[in-house]
Write a protein that binds this ligand. Structure first.
Ligand SMILES: Cc1ncc(COP(=O)(O)O)c(C=O)c1O
Length: 465
């Protein structure tokens, strides 16, 4: 029998509803607290998000219908293909079966478009005129810029300064869709100005860019609202489309994953890919290992603390119970491989803390080695972020070679790396250094966690640290 490489679904198979893991969460999620009052926020609290999204944030409905205008735009690239990596298997000489879901086929090159389109749609419905957001290397910003254009919304992107200068092409992509892009910290917001005053050379961080985007939305007095690229429950919900399609595609392949792997920055491609399979594990007793992969330079889950922290640096955003490196964490400039957010989605954090998901940290040179090996086998140059997942997929396949087990390994190829040539160039020139974020720096950053009422973290609390 000839080998099948691609598992393709047609448009009629684009899911009609997203899967909400909060309906089946096997562990308690702590409430999200207001940054000033430290009281739980609820959908009626004032928010820079539209009501539809704040409702999705707290919803425990298992299935949430995907509105038709969103499905229509998804048709531009969804369903995305799932591949069996026969050529990589042969290169590794492994008995493992390796599959990958290719989210890099979206027009902007990553999974971020799945939630960008949904957030732009709900904002348009709510009468929003303009969206503000943060972006690191620019994958999320370009996804939102495209989605805003589709719904005739203005778009302002605060881009981490070091990337703004090092990665001009993503900025130009955002501008091509009509977005305004500012290097963050900027002098456009009071928070940005305060950061620049104390550190004029600050390279920026996602946490600082989030604070600026929130301030810009709040100061617009109702014309602009905030959009977010990860961490929040509604983002995980929108991304569940990845895993829902993958479930059908594994069925077409007549196999089921023993191991599911995804990289994690704020957790959205990991949650999106893995939660529909986790649902199978929880409700059908399927035995699957879930592995979240992060960089050793930003070791949120493997060295951070599971506790309450601000989701931005300026303490304007809600306090969430999550793995965190401290909201003042500024990632080291020598780290080129993405995934630099100080926190992690509360749902992913709770599942890691309770042993449902394993967390692993990898150094950047081994991640790039894996990305290049993958490109040479399968032809696709991955986003450096996705390289982290590929590193662990290859390591797991090599373990199978030692044990002789024909395990089924599936990973999410969250994006392509066509805009990441500066990082690949540094890799090829041998200029990338491995760097593990030092323990002392983590302890220092964690010394500035917010005070929250004893009920939420004290002994006997339903949400113990
Ligand atoms: C290609 C790619 N993969 C993964 C991530 C990490 O984000 P998340 O953990 O929310 O999927 C990013 C972040 O921008 C990204 O651009």
């Amino acid at each position: 029998m000839s080998k099948q490489f691609k598992f393709m679904l047609d448009e009629s198979n684009i899911p009609k509803a997203w899967y909400n893991v909060n309906a089946d969460m096997p562990v308690h999620l702590a409430p999200v607290l207001h940054p000033a009052t430290k009281k739980p926020v609820n959908p009626d609290s004032p928010s820079p998000l539209p009501m539809a999204l704040t409702s999705q944030e707290v919803s425990t409905e298992r299935w949430i219908e995907i509105p038709e205008p969103i499905r229509d735009i998804y048709k531009l690239w969804r369903p995305t293909p799932m591949f069996r990596a026969h050529r990589l298997e042969r290169m590794l000489d492994t008995p493992a079966h390796i599959y990958y879901k290719h989210e890099g086929v979206s027009p902007v090159g990553s999974h971020k478009a799945n939630t960008a389109v949904a957030q732009a749609f709900y904002n348009k419905e709510a009468g929003t005129k303009s969206l503000t957001t943060e972006t690191g290397a620019g994958q999320w910003g370009s996804a939102l810029a495209m989605a805003c254009h589709f719904f005739n919304l203005a778009c302002q992107v605060y881009m981490v300064k070091v990337s703004y200068h090092q990665k001009p092409y993503r900025r130009i992509l955002m501008q091509s869709y009509g977005a305004e892009v500012y290097a963050s910290p900027s002098d456009r917001t009071a928070y940005g100005r305060s950061v620049l005053k104390s550190d004029p050379d600050c390279p920026g961080s996602l946490g600082i860019a989030v604070s600026e985007a929130i301030e810009a939305a709040v100061m617009s007095r109702g014309t602009a609202r905030l959009a977010v690229g990860g961490a929040h429950n509604f983002v995980m919900l929108h991304q569940s489309i990845i895993g829902l399609e993958a479930l059908k595609q594994m069925e077409m392949a007549d196999e089921y994953p023993d191991t599911i792997i995804a990289c994690a920055g704020s957790g959205s491609n990991l949650g999106g890919f893995s939660y529909p399979f986790l649902n199978e594990a929880l409700t059908q007793g399927r035995q699957t290992r879930f592995i979240a992969v992060e960089p050793a330079a930003c070791p949120t889950m493997t060295k951070g603390r599971y506790t309450f922290d601000y989701s931005d640096t300026g303490a304007l955003a809600p306090i969430m119970k999550m793995y965190t490196l401290g909201h003042r964490f500024v990632p080291p400039g020598i780290h080129a491989a993405g995934l630099r957010y100080h926190g992690m989605a509360p749902s992913v954090s709770a599942l890691v803390a309770n042993g449902y998901i394993e967390a692993r940290a990898v150094l950047q040179v081994p991640a790039f080695n894996a990305a290049v090996q993958f490109a040479r086998a399968e032809g696709i140059l991955p986003a450096p972020e996705s390289g982290h997942a590929i590193r662990v997929a290859i390591d797991e396949a090599l373990r199978c070679k030692e044990t002789g087990e024909a395990k089924v390994i599936a990973f999410c190829l969250s994006g392509h790396g066509h805009f990441d040539m500066t990082a690949y160039q540094a890799y090829h020139e041998g200029a990338l250094q491995d760097y593990a974020y030092p323990e002392e720096a983590i302890n220092k950053a964690l010394a500035e966690l917010p005070e929250v009422p004893e009920f939420y973290r004290g002994e006997g609390s339903p949400f113990p640290d």
